[in-house]
Design a protein around this ligand. Structure first.
Ligand SMILES: *Cc1c(COP(=O)(O)O)cnc(C)c1O
Length: 352
């Protein structure tokens, strides 16, 4: 090792799902929305010119912040935006998790949490999900330096009730509690209603899943004015212009089309409920997902084998070679046609 390497901040990075170059893939591996964004986004894109690119974008992203605030009947001072919720969450870790006590999150969860904790030198402890892959609220009663969990959880899809979420918050009044709601629009009740009551709660959402805009990188946090001010102070000490002009304009356009949002998310929910029946008939079991994916295990065929067989067929799903979940596959809900192709292959492969 070279002398200078002793002072390098070394980390084991997060590994995102594959983005294959081939176009003929059925891509069910990164929880993207199978439907395009609202036609209003396409219209807004066509109306854009290169004229504004010369200038820096609005550092406050006021247009988008105000639109998000209006959507949730909040004040703009209660909204923080970032380059995907990954950026928002990273900022929140840096801003709020500065205790010597460990932060707490589930053992089976979004695999970026331990990476951010490592890169920011935040001590952490993982609370095991129960045998049904559910978060146990009582595990989060103990002393800690902060709490974060996704609801619904990823990659399990399991949803905590609003009562259970509030129970965790009630027992953690002296630290920041972050509820990562990347998938809440697919069938859960948001904790956003709790941010007026608890000034230590940050709710994080994204345009990447339910609003079909993963490529535009738009995420946001909703919380008390105080929390949002602290987040902005750190963000402006880092990079004032994180949100580019195009994302600000197109994200705002997406929010305006409430009808399209309702229609596409209802379609995904309907496809998911059909997928539960089809996959159960094929011998799979899974937690009752309220997200746009199912986390499945098969009664006889190992997940690693199925993963490879599906990939060879051009159907990409996600496989995590990790303790407790190495016999599971996470399958994103695609269009009905994509899902039919999946069932047809599985029927053939599993001789059903
Ligand atoms: C997808 C996802 C995110 C990040 O999404 P962005 O594209 O960065 O907005 C955050 N948390 C969870 C649990 C996710 O699944």
């Amino acid at each position: 090792m070279r002398e200078w390497e002793k002072n390098v901040r070394t980390v084991v990075p997060y590994v995102p799902g594959e983005q294959p170059k081939r176009k003929d893939i059925i891509k069910l591996n990164t929880n993207e929305n199978p439907y395009p964004p609202s036609p209003m986004v396409a219209e807004a894109l066509v109306a854009m010119t290169t004229g504004n690119m010369r200038k820096y974008p609005d550092p406050t992203a006021e247009l988008l912040v105000s639109a998000i605030a209006a959507e949730y009947s909040l004040k703009p001072e209660q909204v923080f935006v970032g380059v995907g919720s990954d950026d928002v969450l990273a900022m929140a870790f840096l801003t709020f998790f500065n205790s010597d006590r460990p932060i707490l999150f589930p053992d089976i969860t979004y695999s970026f949490y331990d990476v951010w904790a490592d890169v920011f030198r935040i001590p952490y402890e993982c609370m095991p999900l129960n045998e049904s892959f559910e978060i146990v609220p009582e595990d989060y009663y103990k002393e800690n330096g902060g709490v974060i969990f996704p609801n619904p959880n990823a990659p399990t899809g399991a949803l905590l009730s609003p009562e259970a979420v509030e129970d965790i918050i009630v027992h953690n009044q002296d630290v920041i509690v972050i509820v990562d709601e990347a998938y809440i629009d697919f069938g859960g009740i948001s904790a956003v209603g709790l941010i007026e009551k608890y000034d230590n709660v940050l709710v994080v959402q994204t345009f990447s899943k339910s609003r079909s805009m993963a490529g535009m990188r738009i995420g946001y946090a909703l919380g008390s004015r105080k929390l949002i001010r602290y987040l902005n102070d750190v963000k402006y000490s880092f990079n004032s212009y994180t949100m580019n002009e195009t994302s600000i304009v197109l994200g705002t356009a997406a929010l305006k089309d409430r009808g399209y949002f309702e229609e596409t998310r209802a379609r995904i929910i309907a496809t998911r409920e059909r997928a539960k029946k089809e996959l159960a008939d094929l011998g799979f079991s899974f937690a009752d997902s309220r997200a746009n994916f199912l986390f499945v295990t098969h009664e006889s065929c190992p997940a690693s084998e199925l993963f490879e067989a599906l990939k060879a067929e051009g159907i990409y799903v996600r496989y995590f070679r990790k303790p407790r979940i190495d016999n599971y596959l996470r399958i994103t809900i695609g269009t009905d046609e994509e899902m039919e192709a999946l069932y047809a292959f599985l029927r053939k492969y599993l001789h059903r």
